[in-house]
Design a protein around this ligand. Structure first.
Ligand code: PGA
Length: 262
């Protein structure tokens, strides 16, 4: 089944030359597999030139995302980037509510809700990040731990998703389940638990927002060592990949691991 690969470069790399090189490495999942959708999420400053460069090289299927967006389209908001600006630049997706922004920039659910609505209204597709902070493994029994994680994520979805999207614009919203404790730690969730969480998120989107075919990604320490476990779950529509996206060899190994099983 075709999967989405969203490569979140975060605040990397430090020059456009490196960004251009990274772009070609991130294209590896599309080799011999036209069904794969690759979304590159570079820092704002590289977006315009990377889109032009991808276009010039004929990478037609490649998509681009910004890592954030503001909720107003114009005005006196120093330092902010508006949804319309991104749309006019040829950007198709935007990541909203990444846990690093929630934590380091005190981004609240209220802000995230406004961003989701503004981005969808501008015609951007949204990758909304949700995920519990802590699994407290070893403290409680597993069923209780997962139940707590579900209830945490449910509250986030209730606050982050604007009611206006009910029955509207549904194809434009993807959720990324990213347990905070798994991000950048090398301690990925188990594929089984991630699939259970994702199934739960999909059920929530279907019953509360009448989505017909919700897409949910997994993110958090995805790499060559665990990718085989994750890809076998049909519930998981793809991956939001952070640190591995910056390592060309690691991306190659991920692809090899997947292809090996075909
Ligand atoms: P990671 O990051 O792959 O480095 O854990 C994922 C993310 O933050 O989206």
């Amino acid at each position: 089944m075709a999967k989405i690969w969203a490569f979140n470069w975060k605040m990397n790399p430090q020059s456009f030359g490196e960004a251009k090189r990274l772009l070609t490495y991130n294209l590896q999942p599309t080799t011999n597999n036209k069904n794969v959708e690759v979304i590159i999420c570079p820092p704002f400053v590289y977006l315009e030139k990377l889109i032009a460069s991808a276009f010039a090289k004929g990478y037609g299927g490649l998509r681009f995302a910004s890592q954030d967006v503001f909720w107003e389209n114009k005005g006196a908001y120093t330092g902010e980037i508006s949804p319309i600006m991104l749309k006019n630049l040829g950007v198709e997706y935007v990541i909203i509510g990444h846990s690093e922004r929630r934590k380091h920039l005190a981004e609240t659910d209220e802000m995230i809700n406004k961003k989701v609505l503004a981005a969808l209204k501008a015609g951007l597709k949204v990758i909304l990040c949700v995920g519990e902070e802590n699994r407290e493994l070893g403290i409680m029994n597993k069923k209780l731990v997962i139940r707590k994680a579900k209830s945490y994520v449910k509250k986030q979805l209730e606050k982050d998703l604007p009611p206006q999207i009910l029955k509207k614009n549904l194809g434009g919203l993807i959720v990324a389940y990213e347990p905070v404790w798994a991000i950048g730690t090398g301690l990925a969730d188990t594929s089984e638990d991630a699939a259970e969480m994702i199934k739960y998120i999909k059920e929530f989107l279907i019953s509360n927002f009448q989505f017909s075919n919700p897409k949910v990604l997994y993110g958090g320490s995805v790499g060559s060592k665990n990718i085989k476990d994750f890809v076998q779950y049909n519930e998981i529509n793809g991956f939001l990949v952070g640190s591995a996206s910056l390592k060309p060899l690691e991306i190659g190994k991920i692809i090899m691991a997947i292809n090996h099983d075909k």
